[in-house]
Structure formats: C-alpha cells, structure tokens
Write a protein that binds this ligand. Structure first.
Ligand SMILES: [Zn+2]
Length: 329
C-alpha cells in the first residue's frame, strides 16, 4: 500500500506541474474535455503452454438478436428473453472475435474478421490488423490461418486490395467448406443476399490462396493439441476446433452461437444465417451438451467480447457463464 500511495502522490504532483493539466475540480465546465466511453478490444490469457489472444474485429450495434436468432419465433418471444436478461430488446452488439493461439512453436490465427469487404464495414469492422498491433504483433508474425467457415465476416480479413495480409502464413480450411463455396452455382444467389456476398468474397480472398492451403476433414490435427471437429449446419463444412495444452482445454466453436443468451437458451430456434436450419440446431445442441458436460471454456466468435464463456445446462436449454477470473488461476 505504501508503494501505491507514493505512486499516487507522485502522479498527482506531476499532473499539477504540467501546464494545462489542472488539478481535479478546478477546471471550469466549459474547459472540460469529454474522454468518451471505452471498451476492451484485446484479451490475452494462458491455456497450459499456449498463449491465447482474443481480438475484436468489429463492434457495431445492429438490429437483433431477432431475427438473427429465433427467426422462426415471434419477435416478442425473443424480446421477452432479452428483457428478462436485462438486455435491450431489439438492438445488440455481436462479437466478431478472431482467436490467436501461440503454441510456442507457431502463431495460429482462427478466422480473420471482416476486412474491407465483410458484413461490417469500416470504421466499425475490419479492425483485426489494428488489434494485432495493439497486442504487439505484425501480420507477418502469423504462421498459420485457420478458417472455421467461408462467410465474409470470417474470411474478409485475408486480403487487402488484392494482397495477402499475412505474408508468411499457410492456411487451413475444411475440404467440404472449400468445395461448397468454390462452386460456380454459389454466385447464382441474388446479388443482395449474404450468400452472394460470401461467395464473391470467397473468390477474391480465399481461392487465390488455394496453393498455400491445407484442406482438412473433421478430426484433423492442425498442430499438436489442436484438432478440428465437425460443426456442420451453419455452413456445410463449418468446423469447430478443440485446443488442449498441459490438460487445459478450450473449444473454438466459430458460429455455433449468434447470441450468448438467446442461442444457448434455445438451441432449437432457427438461426437466420444457418444454411441448413435443422442441422444447425442439432449441431448447437450437440456442441453445447459437450461444452456443458466437459466444463470446457468456449471461444464463441459472435458472443460479446471477450467472447469467452462456459456453458451450463438450464432447463431444456443452456446458459452462458461469461469468463471473469477463471482463466487466471
Ligand atoms: Zn459469422
């Protein structure tokens, strides 16, 4: 405490000595500068020998969570759940959270955010490189980029103006996912649809990287301790990734939830962006059940930043227990 007090008084004295920095309480109201709200955008922790950094690519307040979650339910039902959870009924801020895992031997980035062409445009979206810099890394420090699926908010950050953002990286994607999005018929979706946007971003951002790309099946080992798991339904080849080091585990589940309250409470509710609704719902229930029974921490791309939590059973559904200090002990 003595140290803290000394530092405090030293800082106060310094503030008083700097011209223009008035002591608290002495500034006239008109001179006060509003500093504005802050929100965290990087979060780093350890899992065994691995260092993991959550990186917020986009922070946009949008309409929802209905119909993004619960499109098959009345809007009032989703609104009531939000209200009961003390959340706004019709506005929400999804996470867009790529995950960097530094195994000690290589730095592996899971998903790349919106970039310049994704669903959330700049300045709200496409901030991954900036977040990496804040975390102390340049894009050339990334050894491998792993893609959970081909949607534009996950692959948008692979390229910028036709150039690779991660010049030293190799790439990993599900073979089924690549096969699906690279088919020409994907472009026959209506031009305004998100399917068409993803199909065209896949052509500009993913297909030019094919020579550097490894195409995997569920079960594949990405690196020692990191394995792919099938999570099909959101897209035909959507993958989750199980990460384990020295007995410490984590599940990177991509888009198995679009809202940490609504998706978990009702895994059976249809998700607007799921390409196969029934398979998406079945996958959610299976993955949530695994996360709940195995008490494993989850990185959920679209859950609120830092997009980390545990899953607990709750009635016929589940609930999210956000991470606070569990990962620090
Ligand atoms: Zn997504």
């Amino acid at each position: 405490m003595v140290e803290v007090s000394r530092q405090y008084f030293a800082a106060s004295a310094m503030a008083l000595a700097i011209p223009g920095l008035a002591a608290p309480g002495t500034a006239r109201a008109a001179d006060r500068i509003r500093l504005g709200p802050t929100s965290p955008s990087i979060y780093r922790f350890e899992r065994g020998a691995f260092e993991v950094t959550m990186l917020l690519d986009a922070a946009a307040m949008i309409d929802g969570p209905w119909p993004i979650v619960g499109e098959d339910r009345p809007q009032t039902e989703v609104a009531a759940l939000m209200r009961a959870s003390r959340l706004p009924e019709s506005r929400f801020r999804p996470g867009f959270t790529p995950v960097l895992v530094d195994t000690g031997r290589e730095r592996i980035l899971f998903d790349t955010g919106n970039g310049e062409v994704g669903f959330i445009k700049r300045p709200e979206g496409g901030r991954l490189v900036e977040r990496l810099a804040a975390a102390g890394l340049n894009p050339d420090a990334i050894d491998r980029v792993v893609l959970t699926h081909g949607h534009a908010d996950h692959v948008g950050g692979l390229m910028e103006a036709g150039r690779r953002i991660f010049p030293n990286a190799s790439y990993v994607i599900g073979a089924a996912e690549y096969g699906f999005w690279s088919k020409d018929e994907r472009l026959s979706a209506s031009p305004e649809s998100y399917e068409h946007v993803s199909a065209s971003v896949f052509r500009s951002n993913v297909m030019p990287l094919a020579e550097r790309m490894r195409f995997i099946e569920p079960g594949a080992e990405i690196a020692p301790g990191i394995h792919a798991q099938a999570a099909f339904g959101h897209t035909p080849g959507h993958l989750a990734f199980h990460v384990e080091s020295q007995g410490k585990r984590m599940l990177i589940w991509g888009d198995c939830a679009h809202h940490e309250v609504a998706s978990l409470a009702h895994p059976e509710w249809s998700a607007l962006f799921d390409m196969d609704k029934a398979q998406g719902a079945a996958t959610r229930r299976r993955i949530y059940e695994m996360a709940a029974s195995e008490e494993i921490v989850v990185a959920g791309y679209h859950t609120s930043f830092p997009s980390l939590g545990y899953v607990a059973r709750n009635g016929a559904g589940y609930r999210c227990v956000p991470v606070s200090y569990q990962l620090d002990v």
